[in-house]
Design a protein around this ligand. Sequence first.
Ligand code: KIV
Length: 265
Amino acid sequence: MRKSLLDIHGMHQKGEKIAMLTCYDASFAGVLESGGVDVLLVGDTLGMVIQGHDTPLPVRLEHVAYHVSCVARGSRTAFLMADMPFGTSQRSPEDTFANAAELMRAGAQMVKIEGGADMAPTIEFLVSRGIPVCAHIGLTPQSVHQVGGFKVQGRDESAARRILHDARTVEQAGANWLLLEAIPRALADQVCDSVDLPTIGIGASPRCSGQVLVIYDMLGLGSYAPPRFVRLFLRETDSIEAAVRLYVSEVKAGHFPDSQHCYSS
Ligand code: KIV
């Protein structure tokens, strides 16, 4: 049976780490699931690793819905999260709900929305109408042109304060999970201490309730230089399934990420 939101919350409450990877097709879904991955994310990174763009911005709602349906057909037990791509969550809560509903119809159990306090009304609207939401804060790649590149966020005091405020505000709005991307480890620890909801880190801290990586990055297949937070698990093993199993066991043991995969303040 597929894991539910309650199952993942149970893991968080028991202190069991959540292992999450991105996934875009049925074959990988089967391999990741048998490797022990708890959560599959159909991320808008598909714009880069599948479609060959430099940013996730060209990804459209129908692309994510298509890949969600592929991953849903290829998996049976993992929890399935879908990204709301650029331009599909910014117009109004009502419009965002209609877009999120498309992804839920395709098989998603939760949507991920980039943005903090500014997205609180939208998060509240969706959650109160039955759509679980993961709020993605810190580096939000859909804002790449506004922040001037895929850069670590929250290094100065006011930016750090803003990220803490974002975390508390989206929790109050009812966000179910929080994803923290590319922020200093000390700030990620502060965020984890300030909220009760499960936190998923990518370039954040081992203190997070779980971790996520882009599957092609951890296999060393990216066409770009891997960010600091990526560990090349396939280089340490001899098959994709073994790399996934190693990732899951390192996350569960709290060994990944270690300091070489985290950012200093
Ligand atoms: O789109 C994606 O794959 C993501 C991960 C980087 C967390 O948002």
